[in-house]
Design a protein around this ligand. Structure first.
Ligand code: XUL
Length: 532
């Protein structure tokens, strides 16, 4: 009987909004709802869900906005009459690296939530720092250098934590706050990730960090999945107690607090499964299980990631994270800051604000753009590291030029993004046999064409372009099954009934050959931009 089906809820607290997806045990999506921070919570004054500071490097988001978003989303879900009473477990996703700073009052206030008041009204005073540093921040170069120096260089940090020191990684953000705001640090009882903060609201207490999102902090030993004492010591004093424990990503971290039952009609025994980062959740949502599967997520950030059996961290490229669906495996990832916002910038500047016109520009220009290559660095870039923003254009002879025509600019943005993924992906060992595309921009077929031809592998898309929220719902089901079995059960088992992904593009051999010829030139020009 359809009405008695068990349901599983995934929540995705991303850079730009909060979304929920409810699935049944056969992985069918039965309900979805999303809110957008800028549009639906204008009182917080964000742009793209964030506040960019005048220095061009510091980027924060108001922690209370994430609380208000949960109130608002659940109010709308209830108004829709969604079947919350049948939800058996909840898991979720958070933008990676962002930290939420909770004061000494927080635990008591979380424990004593009153059903007649919103979360926002009750939790406005629980933060020792109101503005959370988020992943878009690149203001901690000094702290990164200090960590690498303390631990014996970039490779040593990568070997220990899975990545060399990166500005956005939470440990370096913590080191900066400890140095610049020592009173706020002293007043902090718990430093949560976005992915451990949202479940803290759900269970009415501090939820632990999961090993997969914990890998994005430069603080966790990537092999033992415990805090690395040397990294903690080099970051800030008395840090271990402020971070709390690390749990496996499939662990149940507590039961849903009575507040949610009283206000929204959830059942009394809903399990909350550890939340994780958005990229780990996308890996779960895209069901990556084979090293030849490479996922490309096109969102505020673009990321490229794949499943790995072993961790071989590199100091020059990318990140290794604990795998969110297999405690013995890993995932590798590259992250780009100049993703959707850069594509949208070019759409507005050169295609009259229309994706249709953007696609026409692509049709009007040859594969390979007649040798024109551009670098469009609107925000300080992570892959490769480019701190100075600007636009660099090169003609077929490699000479720097100040302008392309609008169609060439549009093509250069797309081709450059995927040439970079091919170049840097090769360096981290990706050998794509199948590409799974996700994220808002994965519905753009002219972009998928370029992706497919540059990377030379067939492209598949899921039915829905938001794999993080869906992956969180899958993980809720997975964690619930593990809890029922009293032991870890393989993730593949829950995927059996999933609808296969749809192939949307096959590579064109001639076009791929053009990009193969371009790649070394692209690498040389990129080097010029990196060292300028
Ligand atoms: C990954 C990263 C971003 C954020 C936001 O390292 O910084 O992808 O997770 O999406």
């Amino acid at each position: 009987m359809a009405d008695e089906k068990n349901l599983f809820l995934g929540l995705d607290s991303s850079t730009q909004g909060l979304k929920c997806t409810i699935i049944d045990e056969a992985l069918n999506t039965v309900y979805e709802k999303a809110i957008n921070f800028d549009r639906d919570l204008p009182q917080f004054g964000t742009r793209g869900g964030a506040h960019a500071q005048a220095d061009g490097l510091t980027v924060t988001a108001p922690a209370l906005m994430w609380v208000a978003a949960l109130d608002l989303l659940l109010d709308r879900v209830r108004a829709d009459g969604a079947p919350l009473a049948r939800v058996r477990a909840i898991s979720g996703s958070g933008q990676q690296h962002g930290s939420v700073w909770l004061n000494g009052e927080a635990a008591g206030k979380l424990r004593n939530l009153q059903a007649d008041q919103s979360l926002e009204a009750q939790l406005a005073d629980i933060f020792s720092i109101a503005d959370s540093p988020i992943w878009m921040d690149s203001s901690t170069t000094a702290q990164c250098e200090a960590l690498e120096q303390a631990l014996g260089g970039p490779q040593a940090v990568a070997d220990l934590t899975g990545s060399r020191a990166y500005e956005r990684f939470t440990g370096n953000q913590i080191a900066k706050i400890y140095r610049n705001q020592p009173e706020a640090y002293a007043a902090t009882a718990r430093i949560a990730l976005v992915s451990s903060f949202i479940p803290s609201l759900l269970i009415g207490g501090f939820a632990p960090i999961d090993a997969s999102d914990g890998s994005g902090m430069n603080l966790m030993d990537i092999r033992t999945k415990t805090w690395a004492p040397a990294a903690l010591d080099a970051t800030a004093p008395d840090l271990a107690t402020r971070l709390g424990p690390i749990v496996a990503s499939h662990a149940c971290v507590g039961m849903l607090a009575p507040w949610f039952r009283q206000r929204y009609g959830f059942a009394g025994d809903v399990q909350v499964i550890a939340f994780s980062g958005d990229n780990p959740n996308s890996l779960a949502g895209l069901r990556l299980q084979d090293p030849g599967d490479v996922a490309i997520s096109l969102g505020t950030s673009d990321t490229v990631f794949g499943f790995l059996a072993e961790a071989k961290p590199s100091a020059s490229e990318g990140h290794i994270f604990a795998n969110p669906v297999d405690p013995d495996a890993y995932m590798a990832m590259l992250c780009y800051k100049n993703g959707s916002l850069t594509r949208e910038f070019m759409r507005d500047q050169s295609a009259g604000g229309s994706w249709k016109q953007y696609a026409q520009h692509l049709e009007a220009t040859p594969v390979g753009n007649g040798g024109c290559i551009g670098f469009y660095i609107r925000d300080p870039e992570i892959t490769p590291p480019i701190l100075n923003t600007g636009i660099w254009r090169f003609d077929a002879g490699g000479a720097a030029v100040t302008q392309f025509d609008p169609a060439q600019d549009c093509r250069a943005v797309y081709e450059g993004q995927f040439l970079s993924m091919r170049l840097h992906g090769r360096n981290v060992g990706f050998k794509p046999r199948r590409i799974l595309a996700t994220g808002g921009a994965s519905v753009d077929m002219s972009l998928i064409r370029v992706m497919c031809d540059v990377l030379g592998a067939p492209v598949f898309v899921a039915e829905k372009a938001d794999s993080a929220s869906l992956g969180a719902a899958y993980r809720a089901l997975h964690g619930w099954r593990c809890a029922q079995a009293g032991t870890f059960v393989p993730y593949a088992g829950i995927l059996r009934d999933a609808t296969p992904f749809k192939q949307v593009a096959t590579p064109d051999a001639d076009a791929h050959a053009v990009y193969t010829t371009m790649l070394e030139r692209y690498a040389e020009l990129e080097m010029k931009v990196v060292i300028q």
